[in-house]
Design a protein around this ligand. Structure first.
Ligand SMILES: Nc1ncnc2c1ncn2[C@@H]1O[C@H](COP(=O)(O)OP(=O)(O)OP(=O)(O)O)[C@@H](O)[C@H]1O
Ligand SMILES: [Mg+2]
Length: 425
């Protein structure tokens, strides 16, 4: 059994407070088996306390109890959200010079105090946070060099280690780091050696296309290195820049957490499931806007063939005024394909995962939309997506990269555009 303390940064506060005790049990082979959590009594008495996990760890009736994750999950999903995924795990293994997989709590221990969201994991109730020093934009070249070594499974040379040493490890598969720019924090997404096109520049242009389509997108920037490598920056939405340079944190959970499902079950869930979670969790005034935004994101993902739309690529942020609202958009990349029949990862409508706008229209009601309203949204986003090449060129995507991703943007005949317009009218 390994015990850790879960800390949380409550809205607006600089320091984290201990929320409770996390026990992690191992099986006979020493592998992580399951977790249990008990809230601290002092924490439960705070007027400003939040649920560490809105689904598995409600505070109501939790006093004196040991709680288990819902649906037989091994770990509390909100705590898992604060741990690294494939990339961050590789960074930690490289830092510690130990081959993976490491025990689960080692990844929790070494994700850095500036990790995703508002949680921190510490060895003791009295532990102070690990020191955190974020690199800045001028360090990007060194960060890229270090990331290339990490990706290749090679040790990072001593003169480069400190760039990756103090920063947090965010989730996701792709190489990335967090950097500080002008007193704000950005996720810097790097190229990967397996890329078949310039993913950072294409991802950035796709997010800008989404902004043109009216979706809620954080600030993005493209950084060109002197040697031609490219990095995409996206502002962190789980951080709030306050007066006097104070950066506070927002509690963030993935849609996996909000739906209480494990990673492997993500593909059996639907966009409508996320819309229902919005109805349950969002503040009343946000529900309609967030459900419309979710429907619009589903349509956008169809139009750009973003088939990596799993439940960890949708998130919720705790609102200072109470309730959980949909986070801004992130991780949207077109997937080129030769097939005329495409699927998204999540279920879209009555035709299952089929990436077609007439399929999206069948589920309009689940997002609180009338068919005519949904058809109007589809039409509006389609008109923007259709001119993707101009947007991409404006955002420095080369003609060669445009050609490489062009097949992701399908002709209207193959995505049920005519059928949707005739049914939605
Ligand atoms: N702008 C942002 N603000 C706060 N957190 C973010 C932001 N962008 C990404 N994240 C967090 O970092 C994680 C990884 O980012 P992202 O999904 O962009 O990376 P990825 O490596 O491309 O992911 P995948 O493995 O899904 O391909 C996300 O799951 C989310 O928790
Ligand atoms: Mg992702």
């Amino acid at each position: 059994m390994t015990t850790r303390y879960v800390f949380i940064h409550l809205p607006g506060s600089r320091d984290a407070v201990p929320a409770g005790k996390l026990d992690m049990a191992t099986d006979a082979t020493g592998e992580f088996a399951n977790a249990r959590f008990a809230y601290g009594n002092i924490y439960l008495k705070r007027h400003d306390a939040l649920d560490v996990d809105p689904v598995s760890l409600p505070r109501d009736g939790a006093a004196g109890k040991t709680l288990l994750p819902v649906n037989g999950l091994p770990m509390f999903s909100a705590i898992r959200d604060a741990a690294p995924d494939a990339w961050g795990r590789q960074v930690i293994e490289n830092r510690l010079q130990r081959p993976g997989p490491l025990p689960e709590w080692m990844y929790l221990d070494h994700a850095g105090s500036d990790r995703a969201g508002a949680l921190d994991i510490r060895p003791d109730r009295d532990s102070t946070p690990l020191a955190s020093t974020l690199p800045s934009a001028i360090d990007l070249n060194y960060l890229l060099d270090a990331a290339e070594r990490i990706e290749a499974g090679e040790p990072v040379p001593a003169q480069l280690t400190h760039y990756f040493q103090g920063g947090p490890t965010m989730g996701g598969m792709r190489p990335k780091a967090v950097i500080a720019v002008d007193g704000r924090q950005f996720v810097a997404k790097f190229p990967s050696r397996t890329d078949r096109f310039n993913v950072p520049s294409v991802e950035r242009a796709t997010l800008e296309l989404a902004r043109e389509a009216g979706l809620h997108v954080p600030e993005t920037r493209l950084m060109q290195m002197p040697d031609g490598r490219t990095v995409m920056l996206i502002e962190r939405f789980d951080r709030v820049a306050g007066p006097g340079g104070l950066i506070t944190r927002r509690h963030m959970v993935s849609a996996l957490t909000m739906l209480g499902v494990g990673e492997m079950d993500s593909r059996y869930r639907s966009y409508a499931d996320i819309a229902h979670a919005i109805s349950r969790q969002a503040p009343g005034a946000r529900v309609a806007a967030d459900r419309t935004e979710m429907f619009s994101r589903m349509v956008f993902n169809i139009l750009v063939s973003n088939s990596d739309d799993h439940l960890r690529n949708h998130a919720f942020l705790y609102q200072e005024t109470g309730g959980w609202a949909l986070s801004p958009l992130y991780d949207v990349v077109p997937t080129p394909s030769h097939s005329l029949e495409r699927n998204l990862h999540l279920i879209v409508g009555e035709m299952g995962r089929a990436a077609r706008v007439d399929n999206a229209l069948t589920s309009a009601g689940q997002f609180g939309l009338r068919r005519a309203e949904a058809a109007e949204i589809i039409d509006r986003i389609y008109r923007v997506a259709r001119s993707w090449r101009q947007t991409f060129e404006r955002h420095e995507v080369t003609a060669q990269d445009c050609d490489l991703v062009a097949s992701a943007f399908m002709h209207e005949d193959h995505i049920g555009m005519r059928e949707a317009m005739s049914k939605g009218g």
